[in-house]
Design a protein around this ligand. Structure first.
Ligand code: MSP
Length: 695
């Protein structure tokens, strides 16, 4: 029997909408209390669903400057789980995602690949859409910030806020991180560099428009304090609270005009700041400002899921202040999850060059396990949300993935199915029996699992929600072991035999519904093997109760969904392959795509200095275009006199990871000929504008 929750007293909201849902006091003292709790949660959820009559959920819109990776996928899978769960509950759902396509970063990346920005973003958007399809993401809407209706909405809102005085013209003086497109205060810099990406920042002074975020400090504070569920998890809420308590600074929402963004209406010398542009996607994708019927139907979002990196400065402050200025309700919940990091603790991200392609991981898992690709994808979805509590950081490891695959999926889930279906074939001619008098023995466990699942999902605790299902699986497996249908058959106890088999099948049915949000294709496959697909039985959340399995249906067993993996062999194989890949090929060649990853630009040396105590090194300041003059340490002091180098145009590797050489930071490398020592600099044979791409 499943145990009762060990929480003595838990006071929790029961629905996403803190405003609209009642709070209930849950006292877990035994099974009857649990059932009562379940009924109350369901009643409250129904009331809340009725009130909401919709579930609007968003992901951040991802930068269209690189391929989708495991970090983006994590957010999107989490949102997909919520969306699918609410659809199962028959609540109308709008699940929106998209791409953030403006800004210098995108223009730079396009240029580096020899494409126009439009060609470049179209291509990346294709990759995102393909990734979402491959990862079984059921989004309803995909917004692009280059969509004309979005651009019009951004300009409309900008004008409206300028008219209301929330946006004013001022002078911006300070630091700007080009790759992150973020203005930074002196105190926010870490060793003079961007706190987010660690790269050098630029000093800028320019006329710019400001949004009066400061005017909303008190209102925002009041809102956060009076809506305990507005920012989740709690640890992030506390961070945001202390940030807001220090007083919000007005946000600079424009900058000097660039080539690839939205112009400020009526002032073509300025571009709208990409974050102002991007946040508005959440409004424009539901029809703001001109399709008000649609907008009123969906606004506000029930939950917005973001990574922790973009919570405090953007989603939890600038964004609500913008909504307050527009006199619009705030989202019910902002949930900030943690990062997937590498073993060495670095965030997995494009700028760190350590991205992990989730589909590649799934393909590899399919190869190792011989599961289908769809099952492998679902297994990865399961792993990402089960392994780490949503909100915390986690590091990806193959060993952990394979261990979960074997223990949770192949053993607990797969085995239950693989053990039960043959019993139906052997003893019941492959037909689901009537429940009969003794059936319904797993009813309490089912109710407990469902209740716990619902409760955890309200708080986006996916791992705990899955644990609830796995507790049910464990009960069902034990039930099958202890009630031994084999013995019942031997003793000719047909009625009991049918009841036991019915209960286990019924429980598998419930599990198939409950795992659908996490593993939609696995859920379909189980449904199919139970014969429920052919019988056209729909999956509905309200059927997550005992004794709802229809009888007289012929099961359709298939091959095992999760073939067990020999973990030791698989790890050895993966290790050998990764060593093989890191060895140079016989011909020592690289692909054109690998070459394209190296960003080469023409740079003009504008300063050159010796470095005290380092007789081989020079500290160069090199203008690589677009107001980017960077410091590069080069080992050429013995061959070149600093004065000879002034105004020389060299070729610079501009996307090299920064390094500290002899205590001096270096942000790039200049090319020189010579095997061991540099003998000649690689220079251009005629003058080129600094920043010109070298291909
Ligand atoms: N374009 C902005 C968001 C604008 S929303 C109005 C942006 N884009 S992003 O491409 O950098 O992706 C941001 C989101 O991707 C993060 O908030 C997070 O949801 C997810 N992740 C990116 N890398 C991640 C990890 N390594 N781990 C987990 N998620 C991370 O910021």
């Amino acid at each position: 029997m499943a145990g009762t929750s060990n929480r003595a007293l838990v006071e929790q909201p029961v629905a996403q909408s803190a405003k609209k849902s009642a709070k209930i006091r849950i006292i877990c003292q035994g099974q009857s209390a649990l059932n009562a709790m379940s009924d109350r949660i369901n009643q409250a959820m129904r009331q809340s669903d009725d009130l909401m009559k919709k579930f609007y959920i968003t992901t951040p819109i991802y930068y269209a400057n690189g391929q989708p990776h495991i970090g983006h996928s994590y957010t999107t899978i989490a949102a997909d789980v919520h969306a699918r769960y609410h659809r199962l509950r028959a609540t109308p759902v709008l699940f929106a995602t998209g791409t953030d396509e403006h800004g210098q970063k995108v223009a730079h990346s396009a240029q580096a690949q020899g494409m126009t920005p439009q060609e470049f973003v179209d291509n990346i958007v294709g990759s995102f859409k393909q990734m979402w399809q491959r990862l079984h993401i059921s989004y309803d809407r995909f917004i692009r910030t280059t969509d004309p209706h979005h651009m019009a909405a951004v300009q409309h809102i900008f004008s409206q806020l300028r008219e209301s005085g929330d946006i004013y013209l001022g002078e911006y003086e300070g630091w700007y991180c080009v790759p992150c497109e973020t203005y930074l205060a002196e105190v926010e810099l870490v060793d003079g560099c961007c706190p987010e990406c660690g790269r050098p920042v630029e000093q800028v002074t320019e006329q710019a428009y400001f949004f009066r975020t400061s005017a909303y400090t008190d209102r925002l504070l009041e809102h956060i304090e009076s809506h305990p569920d507005f920012i989740q998890p709690k640890s992030r809420r506390n961070e945001v609270l202390s940030f807001v308590k220090e007083g919000l600074r007005d946000a600079c929402v424009s900058r000097n005009r660039m080539e690839w963004d939205i112009p400020v209406p009526g002032d073509e010398s300025q571009s709208i700041y990409v974050w102002f542009d991007a946040l508005i996607n959440y409004l424009s994708q539901v029809g703001y400002p001109d399709k008000l019927d649609e907008f009123n139907r969906w606004w506000p979002p029930q939950i917005q899921i973001v990574g922790k990196d973009i919570l405090t400065r953007f989603h939890a402050t600038l964004w609500p202040a913008m909504l307050m200025a527009l006199d619009l309700p705030l989202p019910d919940v902002l949930f900030a999850h943690g990062w997937w990091i590498t073993d060495s603790g670095d965030k997995i991200s494009k700028s760190k060059g350590n991205i992990l392609d989730p589909y590649e991981v799934a393909l590899e898992l399919a190869r190792i396990s011989t599961a289908t690709t769809a099952v492998a994808v679902d297994s990865l979805r399961y792993f990402l949300l089960r392994q780490i509590t949503f909100g915390l950081d986690g590091s990806f490891s193959w060993r952990a993935l394979l261990a979960r695959f074997n223990a949770d999926l192949a053993n607990d889930l797969g085995n239950l199915l693989n053990r039960t279906l043959p019993l139906v074939e052997r003893y019941l001619n492959g037909v689901i029996p009537e429940p009969g008098p003794g059936a319904g023995e797993l009813s309490d466990e089912i109710d407990h699992a469902r209740t716990k699942f619902e409760h955890e999902l309200v708080h986006s605790d996916f791992s705990a929600a899955l644990t609830a299902i796995w507790e049910l699986l464990s009960s069902a497996n034990k039930f099958l072991d202890t009630r031994g249908p084999w013995a019942l058959h031997k003793d000719a106890k047909q009625v009991e035999l049918e009841a036991v088999i019915y209960d286990v099948l019924d429980c598998i049915r419930v599990v198939a519904i409950m795992i659908e949000p996490f593993m939609p294709k696995v859920s379909d496959e189980i449904w199919q093997q139970l014969g429920l697909q052919s019988a056209q039985i729909e999956k509905r959340w309200e059927d997550c109760r005992a004794l709802k399995l229809p009888s007289d249906i012929t099961i359709a067993p298939g091959r095992p969904i999760f073939p067990r993996v020999d973990i030791k062999r698989a790890m050895d194989q993966l290790q050998a392959e990764s060593e093989e890949q890191s060895e140079p090929t016989a011909a020592n060649t690289i692909s054109i795509d690998e070459f394209k990853q190296v960003e080469l630009r023409v740079g003009t040396i504008v300063e050159a200095h010796r470095i005290p105590g380092a007789d081989k090194l020079l500290r160069l300041m090199v203008d690589v275009g677009e107001s980017d003059t960077r410091q590069i340490v080069a080992g050429i002091a013995q061959q070149f006199n600093p004065r000879e180098l002034l105004d020389v145009q060299v070729i610079v590797v501009t996307n090299l990871e920064p390094a500290t050489i002899h205590g001096v930071e270096s942000h790039g490398m200049i090319l020189a000929a010579g095997a061991d020592e540099p003998e000649a600099l690689v220079i251009t044979d005629s003058k080129c504008p600094p920043g010109t791409i070298v291909r």
